[in-house]
Design a protein around this ligand. Structure first.
Ligand code: HEM
Length: 454
């Protein structure tokens, strides 16, 4: 086994080196990392501030990192990104590790069972139809990214809390917006620095806590029978007990654990789906023949009625899968090794950072002929079987795979089917479309589209 893959010069703690690195990366993350893959190959390594860092785009490595060696990998707990996530989301599922994560996942999994998720389908369709009713009767220009964000935010708030007081939702939306916008300037400053940017984030955090603790406390006053009759995820989490043998077996989640999990589900559960839908509308607008085939399937299967979770819509699903291939809402998956592992013929020590670039695996001509072409038939029976493992991971893989995968796929399909039956969306001529890679991959300049009733 070889000791160290090729890679760029080490990044030391020298402030100038760090600044140069941060500037190069944040100006164009895809260009920066793509250039390195072109220079060094599928797996490159460096040492970043004293910690070995391995970066890969190869499906086999991605599969090995997430699945084969899943037990020897943890979510990062150090570094700016991880610290910020922890500050906002505490020890929720996305960033917890070890036995605590295992216990929480065990307790939350049942709420994401097929039957539980399908029961939420009606809320999703009703909310989408209500949005469609609000869209103008005649041709109009809308910022579709914002429309999708508002819709998926409303749906996740309703399905999590059975709550739709828009005033409070706006406070949550505002707090999350601040989190998303958290600027590089704040990264090197402690929380107590009296700068407007730091104060805004602190205020957002305190607003989110007020809203979520308020919801938990009022629901906690209900008895188990009343909670059992509810379909929202908050009630399911309030009733969840750990059934595995062990010290905390039979216990329920504390108020703080509930807060962290709810906020995690809230944040993880709307921005990603909204980005997937926004990119899908864009792609459909650029490919009339694919849009026509989608319309034909919807007419065939639904004939104008509202979709339900039970409807089989294979082409609609393939459109969404292919859209998430070209524009994966989550572009990278980060891990830290908790034991030495082997990756691509190299031995990787304990405590190393491993970054799996989902985006580059999704755009690689070796696994996807004509990788930049939007071609949903890649995901239809007959072709889908030949996708190599690890080459398509919009929801991750292995034990940390997205808990909301089926929720998201059903939601995206119901929303697309509901709106595409009633509207055609076309990109406003001249509107620039570019990728912005941050927590999720969003359109840098938004997505201004002309909306027309069909
Ligand atoms: C298109 C929509 C979505 C995409 C692309 C997506 C993507 C992902 C990915 C890639 C991961 C794994 C991260 C990693 O391995 O480091 C993940 C984890 C997670 N997602 Fe999603 N997600 C989506 C929707 C949702 C929804 C709707 C929910 C909840 C309602 C959700 C909740 C979570 C949670 C809690 C985790 C952490 C799971 C764990 O570590 O145990 N996601 N998601």
């Amino acid at each position: 086994m070889q000791p160290f893959p090729p890679g760029p010069p080490h990044v030391t703690n020298n402030p100038l080196t760090l600044l140069r690195y941060a500037r190069g990366f944040s100006a164009d993350p895809l260009g920066f990392v793509g250039g390195r893959f072109a220079q060094y190959g599928d797996l490159y390594a460096t040492v970043f501030r004293g910690v070995p860092l391995y970066v890969t785009r190869h499906p086999e490595h991605i599969h090995d990192a997430l699945v084969t060696h899943g037990q020897s990998m943890a979510k990062p707990e150090k570094g700016f990104g991880a610290r910020q996530l922890r500050r906002f989301l505490g020890t929720g599922l996305v960033n917890s590790n070890g036995d605590f994560w295992r216990r929480q996942r065990r307790m939350i999994n049942p709420a994401f069972g097929r039957r539980q998720i399908e029961a939420l389908g009606e809320v999703m369709v009703r909310r989408t139809e209500a949005l469609g009713d609000q869209w103008p009767g005649g041709p109009a220009v809308l910022e579709v990214g914002q429309e999708m964000m508002g819709l998926t935010l409303g749906i996740v708030a309703k399905t999590l809390f059975d709550h739709d007081a828009s005033g409070q939702q706006d406070r949550i939306a505002n707090a999350l917006e601040q989190f998303r916008n958290f600027s590089g300037a704040a990264s090197i400053l402690p929380d107590w620095v009296p700068l407007p940017s730091v104060r805004r984030v602190n205020r957002a955090l305190s607003d989110v806590n007020d809203v979520v603790y308020g919801l938990i406390d009022s629901r906690r006053k209900e008895d188990d029978d009343a909670l059992g009759r509810r379909t929202d995820l908050l009630s399911a989490l309030l009733l969840a007990t750990d059934t595995a043998p062990g010290a905390r077996s039979g216990e329920r989640m504390t108020r703080e654990e509930l807060r962290d999990e709810l906020l995690t589900l809230f944040l993880a559960g709307h921005e990603t789906t909204s980005q997937a839908l926004t990119w899908t509308w864009y792609l459909l607008s650029q490919h009339p023949e694919i849009e026509a085939r989608l319309h034909a399937e919807l007419a065939d299967v639904l004939g104008g009625r509202s979709p339900t979770p039970a409807d089989a819509l294979p082409y609609t699903d393939a459109v969404l899968q292919e859209s998430m291939r070209l524009f994966p809402p989550v572009t990278t998956l980060a891990r830290v090794t908790t034991a030495p592992i082997e990756l691509g013929g190299y031995s990787i020590p304990e405590g190393a950072d491993v970054i799996c670039w989902v985006y580059f695996a999704h755009h690689d001509a070796r696994w996807w002929p004509e990788p930049e072409r939007f071609d949903p038939t890649r995901f239809l029976p007959g072709r889908v079987e030949s996708i190599p493992r690890g080459a398509y991971t919009p929801f991750g893989a292995g034990q940390r795979q997205c808990i909301g995968k089926h929720f998201a796929l059903m939601e995206a399909r119901l929303l697309l089917a509901t709106l595409a039956q009633r509207f055609r969306l076309s990109l406003v001529p001249g509107h620039p479309v570019a990728k912005h890679v941050a927590v999720t991959m969003s359109p840098k300049h938004g997505m201004k589209m002309r909306v027309q009733r069909r």
